[in-house]
Every structure is written in C-alpha cells, then in structure tokens.
Unconditional design. Structure first.
Length: 132
C-alpha cells in the first residue's frame, strides 16, 4: 500500500513543486534554444514521453512504473550527462526536450503516479479521480 500525504500538507507543497517544474522546464527550453537544433524537432518530440502512458494497458502498478520512468528528472539528467561526456549536441538537445516535457507536466499538475491509479499523483488528484 502506498502512503501519500493527505490534505493540507500535500496541498501546501503542490504550488512549490509546480513552480519548480515550470522553472526547470523553462531552463530546459532555454538550453535547447542554445543547441541550434530546429524548433520543429522540439515540437515533434515534446510529447513523446507520453508514450509511457501505454504501460497502463498492463495495469495500474506497471503503468505507474513505466510512466514514472519517463516522467522523472532522472532520465533527462542522465541523458544530458551522456550528451555532455560524449560531446553530442543531438543527445543534449534530446535531453533538454525531455526535461522540458517533465517540467511542463509538473507545472500543469501532472505529477508522478502512485500505483493506485493514473489520477493519483504526488501533486494531488487529477482527472476523474479529482472529481470523486
């Protein structure tokens, strides 16, 4: 069973986490702009991490694991490190796009998922779960 903070504690952290996401997303967009790659690449790939939602076809627990793997900061940071060490501007650009997606999602209130269902996030309830 996954425990999550209730009521005021979670609600008091959500605006901070959303602002943090917005700022990190903005930094990733700014860093992408410095790579010189086309904004078409950015636009085409920006929503690609949402493919991880398909994991929910195998159930909420597996779906949460797959979704969270594609929506945590771990992936973009590691990819940026690889791009930096390898001296690959393309890999860096991909990391910044991925990071922008994560930041924008956080800013909009789409947090990491609990195994209890897609609508149960570390930022609060979303979608139909919020209306229940």
């Amino acid at each position: 069973m996954t425990m999550q903070p209730k009521g005021r504690l979670r609600d008091s952290l959500s605006p901070i986490l959303r602002l943090e996401g917005a700022l990190l997303g903005a930094v990733c967009i700014w860093l992408f702009a410095g790579t010189g790659f086309s904004w078409w690449l950015f636009g085409v790939l920006l929503l690609s991490p949402d493919v991880t939602m398909l994991g929910y076809a195998a159930g909420p627990r597996f779906g949460a694991i797959v979704y969270n793997a594609g929506h945590s900061w771990i992936g973009p940071v590691l990819l940026a490190a690889v791009g930096h060490v390898a001296g690959s501007p393309l890999v860096l650009a991909l990391a910044f796009i991925w990071g922008a997606h994560v930041g924008i999602d956080r800013a909009l209130g789409y947090g990491l998922k609990y195994a209890t269902g897609f609508g149960h996030t570390h930022l609060g309830l979303i979608g139909p779960a919020a209306k229940a």
